[in-house]
Design a protein around this ligand. Structure first.
Ligand code: G6P
Length: 489
């Protein structure tokens, strides 16, 4: 690839996602402090070797004044990030409203919200209008930074309208779109009032990717059944134009976790945790506090296990890390109180003066504390009601090479398709089944644990986030070359 001035350079990758991978705190009129979140996705996307990547997204803060916007833009540029500024009203309607109150629950099979199902078509419509407006604002920023030859990779349900906006601006732009959540059955998707418009906008992309083959299949059938288009083994065809649709299961940066376990700081944490929970088996849940994660169901299953197994009462503890998220959305506020109530009841019922069966934390842990926790865990409980992939299950496996603990995994998480042979798969709605799986996991003989762990560890360390990103982008480039060849024929 050549720049405009003729200098050879790496191909540029513009990653567009709702959120930038930073937390930005304003320190003064024109000063910001930034912390880059060093998660697997960030290193995967900013670390693809053949590309020079930039990240475009919302910084998660309201910056109404120009001085603040200019200063933040400058500070972010050093981190290869470009901000999209969204005002409070747009955030309310687009992010809290359309994204997190409508699309998120729908894509996770929780249906449309009751209020909208009744008479609030106006509010539904105004949220959808804000969604389109926000997507257009993302597109405007992409357009300002786009150079010929760049690859533009749009992410997630927040930006389903973006491929269309980008192609309207420049039909030769290379556009990929990837969904990090499930794509539901077409029978669910068809309840959405704006179902067709969203599908058509996504189809404007050259390549559309999902975590699993099932999600890709659901998307193709939504396009055939709702839009009446033709589904082919390659994707979806509309008047001779093919949009390629395929599965690209994401992974983690497993080395980062494995290396962290060697750090003295993490070793210290591990020692402390072992002392603290000596004589008890440790069970662990790490989730955003979201209804799709099935936290109440998981805790009820643990209660049932305790009820049926009195001999385990003082020999097992459940540590539940519940990271607050989307706290302005009423559904999330309700869930928080519900979980607190259940935890309180169970601890009241089974606790003693010196110990409780559940430690519930409403906050995130830093990376090193989290690695230590994964490493000392005997049984991890990932019991999402629906989950696009679920990387907590991967992170746990990466940290378990010495302990070889057991993973109990929901069959409704995308990860069940890759870690299914090593994990104990459960239906999270079936509390009796989850309770008995807890018993099975706690009593599992070492050779079975070893065998199951081997399978999962092999998978997690060979299917990394980096591979995922490279595969998607090279497939996108190939798709475009193939389309050009087809045009010439
Ligand atoms: C899911 C979504 C992401 C989102 C994350 C955190 O993993 O797929 O797009 O960023 O949840 O949610 P939040 O609303 O806090 O960004």
């Amino acid at each position: 690839y050549e720049r405009k001035d003729g200098r050879p350079t790496k191909q540029r990758l513009l990653v567009v996602a709702n959120r930038l991978p930073v937390s930005a705190v304003r320190r003064g009129e024109d000063s910001w402090s930034l912390e880059i979140s060093a998660g697997g996705l960030v290193s995967a996307l900013l670390g693809v070797k053949e590309f020079e990547a930039k990240w475009i997204g919302w910084a998660g803060v309201n910056v109404p004044d120009e001085i603040g916007q200019r200063a933040l833009t400058k500070a972010l540029a050093e981190k290869r990030c470009i901000p999209v500024f969204l005002d409070e009203e747009i955030v309310h309607q687009y992010y809290n409203g359309y994204c997190n109150n409508i699309l998120w629950p729908l894509f996770h099979y929780l249906g449309l919200p009751q209020e909208d199902r009744l008479a609030t078509t106006r509010s539904f419509q105004s949220q959808f209008d804000a969604y389109k407006k926000a997507n257009q604002m993302f597109a405007d920023v992409v357009n300002q930074h786009y150079e010929e030859g760049d690859v533009v990779w749009c992410h997630d349900y927040h930006l389903m309208f973006l491929p269309k906006c980008l192609k309207e601006y420049n039909s030769t732009m290379k556009v990929g779109w990837f969904l990090h959540t499930p794509f539901p059955s077409s029978e669910i998707h068809r309840t959405l009032p704006s179902r067709s418009e969203l599908l058509r906008s996504v189809l404007a992309a050259d390549l559309v990717g999902f975590h699993t083959y099932d999600y890709a299949r659901h998307f193709v059938s939504a396009c055939t059944r709702i839009l009446g288009l033709e589904g082919t083994p390659e994707g979806v065809e509309d008047q001779g134009k093919l949009t390629r649709v395929a599965a690209f299961p994401i992974g983690i940066d497993s080395d980062r976790f494995i290396r962290a376990l060697e750090l003295p700081k993490v070793q210290d944490h591990i020692r402390e945790l072992k002392e603290r929970f000596a004589g008890r088996k440790v069970m662990l849940g790490v989730d955003r506090l979201d209804m799709i994660k099935g936290i109440p169901q998981k805790i009820l299953a643990f209660e049932k296990f305790l009820e049926e197994n009195p001999s385990w009462h003082d020999k097992v503890v459940l540590l539940q890390i519940a990271v607050p998220t989307r706290t302005d959305v009423p559904e999330y506020q309700k869930l928080t109180s519900q979980v607190h109530e259940i935890v309180g009841r169970i601890n009241g019922r089974f606790g003693t003066l010196t110990a409780v069966p559940i430690h519930h934390l409403d906050r995130s842990l830093d990376f090193h504390a989290l690695c230590a926790l994964y490493a000392v865990t005997d049984v991890a409980l990932v019991t999402s009601l629906r989950d696009g992939m679920n990387l907590v299950s991967y992170e746990f496996v990466a940290c378990q090479d010495s302990k070889k603990g057991v993973l109990i995994l929901s069959e409704f998480a995308g990860a069940a398709q890759s870690l299914g042979a090593g994990a104990i798969l459960v239906n999270p709605w079936n509390i009796t089944e989850v309770a008995s799986s807890i018993g099975y996991a706690l009593n599992m003989p070492a050779d079975e644990r070893e065998k199951r762990h081997r399978h999962n560890f092999m998978h997690v360390t060979t299917h990394t986030a980096q591979d995922w990103a490279e595969t998607f982008v090279s497939e996108l480039n190939d798709t475009i070359v193939e389309a050009q060849l087809r045009m010439r024929q």
